[in-house]
Ligand binder design. Structure first.
Ligand code: K7E
Ligand code: CUA
Length: 651
């Protein structure tokens, strides 16, 4: 297609989309279940049936929401500093942000992905990708806390990530923007053939969850957009969608939309393991950070790593194949049986589904339609399982139920369509408001979906909520999928941009949810386990305050002998051993956020007083009837004063 024709088509599609948005506004109330209120109503004192984990997109965090109520339960800070609890400000958490370019206190987080056992979410960990500074984080679901972040080298935009294999042997990462590998100064116009796309397999320790980059596969310079790994018969494979098989480097909206088909890349990771074991890979110099919270001390520690194992498909036969896929596919999803690979060909009105068994047969028969950079391209007609005609405009992502249905989000036509993997026909469609990205069914990308709810994650809300200035909330819509026709139940606004989400029955997490940190197990080097042990120590210009907190005082609460020029570290141990009794700590003039210390935990706030004076500190979390009394004073003397360090409580 010529550029001109494409632009005409694009304008047509945009006009159609605008028309649809208006039309949908008019039929605003359509498809809302008549008893919707009672079906999402969780009475006071009752609890939700599911946890949902929503990415925060450009807020760098993850939200925890209860379903069906849509009530926000928590923000889990991941890639961005979070003043609410001091994550990224406390001395214990700062190292979590270390990267090869120094600390990076923000990222764009897209895809939460639960760890799995036998293809089913097991509730142990949830992973999420950082897109801009390529990283993967692991959140421990007994704590609902980020405990590990690993940087992904040789990657530009870690978008197809961190999807897991069936037993979380690996979480995958890929490069959305191909880049020179290794990075170097070169003309951008020489992109074609010279920029590369890395697909990274990060191993996950089965007992403790620790991540490690096992190997990278160096690929042609396409844009690798999304991924999902196989299950059941296809469990040894992961699939990555790609656009820009044209290898354009400018005006991609036109130049990367030329080919009628791009590719889904199929990677046999078992084969990769074999090739690595056989010595077919090479070690490449690299520089990336691995940040891990030490479970005993509670302190994040960084290890810099200087090499990575890279596998070139040229040196490992039967490793990668290209599945021709119309057109500039975005999502790629695998059904619960592991047989159907369903791309979201966003510029195609037809959804073409690949068959895994046909793919294997075509590989066996070497039924190829040429190659790209030596990687075999399978014959489209030989691997296609079926095509959904007149599906919708802008299909992006798919989730599944146990009844052989696929639910596809359609960005341009703002709807969710439901279609059958048997007939490849659309059986139902429901409008959403507006411009849906991902959608999520609890377990809907696993072998065991729940046939109850679907969450539509919408980009644009326009008139749906009260106006809040130029920036409006993004939105989720809860849809009942238990019957033959989908029924709208609930709208609720979301924090940041919820790209993808995961859901899991609450009972899988509730029992393992930790209530306190055992004080006896606290091995923080500055922990103070009783009020008898509190002290203040000077080490040159550093002052270390070994402090405790308990309802309703700090010990000590009077401190003297600090001087201008000192850096003061308040190491506060919360002596409480009851659930839900955190204390906060803040002191006037501190440059960081408050710290919020959980029972049994030690956290450290840094303070660099600039002027002589007497400065109050206080508890920031209303913890008891005498919370307002939970305060103290730190006296700061001139730099040349000879006032000795002294501390006390109550005399
Ligand atoms: Cu479609 Cu980043 Cu998964 Cu957003 S991506 S929508
Ligand atoms: Cu402790 Cu308020």
């Amino acid at each position: 297609m010529t550029i001109r024709r494409w632009i005409v088509l694009a304008i047509g599609v945009a006009a159609l989309a605008a028309g649809l948005v208006v039309a949908q506004g008019a039929r605003n109330a359509a498809r809302v279940a008549s008893d919707a209120a009672s079906r999402v109503y969780v009475a006071p004192g009752e609890q939700d049936e599911f946890y949902a984990f929503l990415s925060g997109g450009f807020n760098g965090q993850m939200s925890v929401v209860g379903l069906p109520s849509g009530r926000t339960l928590k923000t889990i800070p991941v890639f961005s500093q979070f003043g609410e609890n001091g994550y990224g400000y406390s001395e214990e958490t700062k190292a979590m942000f270390n990267t090869s370019v120094g600390p990076v206190y923000w990222d764009d987080a897209h895809h939460p992905e639960l760890s799995m056992t036998d293809g089913v979410p097991d509730g142990r960990w949830i992973f999420i990708n950082g897109n801009n500074t390529p990283r993967i984080a692991r959140i421990d679901l007994s704590l609902f806390e980020t405990v590990e972040i690993i940087e992904i080298p040789n990657t530009g935009g870690n978008h197809p990530s961190p999807f897991t294999t069936s037993n979380s042997e690996y979480v995958v990462a890929g490069t959305r923007f191909s880049v020179p590998v290794p990075q170097r100064d070169m003309p951008i116009a020489d992109y074609e053939g010279n920029f590369k796309g890395m697909l990274t397999f990060v191993s996950v320790d089965p007992d403790h969850g620790e991540m490690d980059i096992a190997f990278q596969i160096i690929m042609p310079g396409f844009d690798y957009d999304l991924s999902h790994c196989g299950k059941g018969p296809s469990a040894d494979w992961c699939f990555f969608s790609s656009y820009n098989s044209e290898e354009a480097h400018t005006l991609l909206e036109v130049n990367a939309s030329q080919n009628d088909k791009d590719f889904v890349t199929a990677v046999n990771w078992r084969r990769a393991e074999q090739c690595v074991a056989d010595g077919a890979a090479t070690e490449m110099p690299a520089n990336y950070a691995h940040n891990l919270k030490n479970e005993r001390t509670g302190i994040a520690e960084t290890t810099m790593i200087d090499s990575v194992t890279v596998l070139d498909p040229a040196n490992c036969s039967d490793l990668v194949y290209f599945l021709p896929t119309p057109k500039s596919p975005h999502g790629v999803d695998v059904d619960p049986t592991g047989e159907y690979i369903v791309p979201g060909g966003k510029l195609s009105a037809t959804i073409a589904v690949h068959s895994f068994s046909k793919m294997l047969a075509a590989i066996e028969a070497q039924d190829f339609d040429g190659d790209a950079y030596g990687i075999p391209i399978l014959n489209f007609d030989s691997i296609v399982a079926g095509q959904v005609e007149r599906a919708c405009l802008g299909p992006l992502h798919n989730e599944f139920d146990t009844r052989g249905n696929v639910y596809t989000s359609c960005f341009i036509t703002s709807e969710v369509i439901k279609w059958s993997l048997e007939s490849f026909e659309v059986v139902d469609r429901i409008p959403v408001y507006y411009s849906i990205g991902h959608l999520m069914i609890p377990g809907g990308d696993s072998m065991d979906p729940e046939d109850t709810y679907l969450l539509a994650l919408n980009k644009i809300t326009k008139d749906r909520y009260l106006p809040t200035g130029p920036e409006l909330a993004h939105s989720a819509q809860l849809i009942d999928i238990s019957g033959n026709t989908m029924q709208m139940l609930l709208d609720f606004p979301t924090l940041g941009e919820p790209h993808y989400a995961q859901g899991i029955p609450a009972e899988k997490l509730v029992e393992n949810s930790q209530r306190i940190f055992e004080l006896a197990d606290n091995e923080h080097p500055y922990a103070t386990k009783s009020e008898d042990a509190v002290k203040v120590e000077r080490d040159g210009n550093e002052v270390h305050v070994y402090m405790t907190s308990i309802r309703s005082h700090f010990a000590p609460d009077v401190i003297e002998g600090i001087k201008v020029g000192d850096t003061v570290y308040f190491h506060v141990t919360n002596l409480e051993q009851d659930w839900d009794v955190p204390h906060g700590f803040a002191i006037q003039g501190m440059h960081d956020a408050n710290i919020l210390i959980m029972p049994g935990q030690t956290l450290t706030a840094k303070w660099e007083p600039k002027q002589p004076g007497v400065y109050p500190f206080y508890c920031t979390d209303f913890c008891s009837a005498l919370h307002q009394e939970m305060q103290g004073y730190a006296r700061v003397s001139p730099a040349d004063s000879d006032i000795a360090l002294a501390w006390s409580l109550g005399n």
